[in-house]
Design a protein around this ligand. Sequence first.
Ligand SMILES: CCCCCCC/C=C/C(=O)SCCNC(=O)CCNC(=O)[C@H](O)C(C)(C)COP(=O)(O)OP(=O)(O)OC[C@H]1O[C@@H](n2cnc3c(N)ncnc32)[C@H](O)[C@@H]1OP(=O)(O)O
Length: 279
Amino acid sequence: MPEIRQNEKISHRIEGPFFIIQLINPDNLNALEGEDYIYLGELLELADKNSDVYFTILQSSGRFFSSGADFKGIAKAQEDNGAKYASETSKWLSNFVARNVYVTDVFIKHSKVLVCCLNGPAIGLSAALVALCDIVYSMNDKVYLLYPFANLGLVTEGGTAISLPLKFGANTTYERLMFNKPFNYDIMTKSGFISKNFNMPSSNTEAFNAELLKELKGKVEGLYLPSCLGMKKLLKSNHIGSFNEINSMEVNESLKYWVDGEPLRRFSQLGSKQRKHRL
Ligand SMILES: CCCCCCC/C=C/C(=O)SCCNC(=O)CCNC(=O)[C@H](O)C(C)(C)COP(=O)(O)OP(=O)(O)OC[C@H]1O[C@@H](n2cnc3c(N)ncnc32)[C@H](O)[C@@H]1OP(=O)(O)O
């Protein structure tokens, strides 16, 4: 396996045909900074290049899958006023556009079957990545996906302008996004987004991850795994063009909001607990 640097919030390992990526920072609910999202993208690229790998598995730890972009990381980017940026546009092209478009692109074009072990809620960009997975299993009915773009002065990102209507229906997507409401367990099961609920207590994510991996190992026994990748390629071909187009449109639309500063004001309120998401 090619070398990759370590990251204290994300681990990875290979077991047979499975490339397992785990978020391991439960204390801040697995929030990720820009560099962490890039690392996640690099791990996916590593899985993509490994011909022994057929499934990329996303696991997490603790009570949340991931609470999205780390507001401390956003504050750091805001303070990044070094001479290296000629303008606010230049700053946010680097801190937001380039990073966001990269991680989304890596998920969109990933050739291995992406499986999400949803142990708890996912928010923001992390929830967008969950919606780009091919198969999702849930630990229990406490899971939800929240895209709080309207509360944070942002617009859809991570391909959600396509993935959410595709997976949950257009009107449900409008209603949830416009009024900043979570896509809860009922919506996720009714739409077929969740393939199986393991009904395990929230306190036991490690047991859920282990049980799910055991089940997956059983499911792939005797299969001709290149067929799975061939089918993924064909299934993906239905929408890949639209995803590529929307990835670029989303970040370019968002850029104005970052330059104007509204998301920064709102992220800062979130960090100081003056702003909350209604759940
Ligand atoms: C690649 C480009 C990168 C830039 C992308 C920018 C675009 C934005 C993308 C997004 O992802 S938008 C979504 C951002 N995330 C959020 O809005 C969620 C913020 N968190 C919350 O609303 C709440 O924490 C919660 C998730 C609803 C949970 O509430 P609860 O009351 O159950 O727990 P808390 O006490 O609030 O949290 C525990 C602990 O974790 C810390 N924490 C939670 N979320 C974040 C976060 N996003 N960033 C940093 N830290 C987070 C929280 O501060 C607590 O820590 P302590 O106070 O105990 O130290």
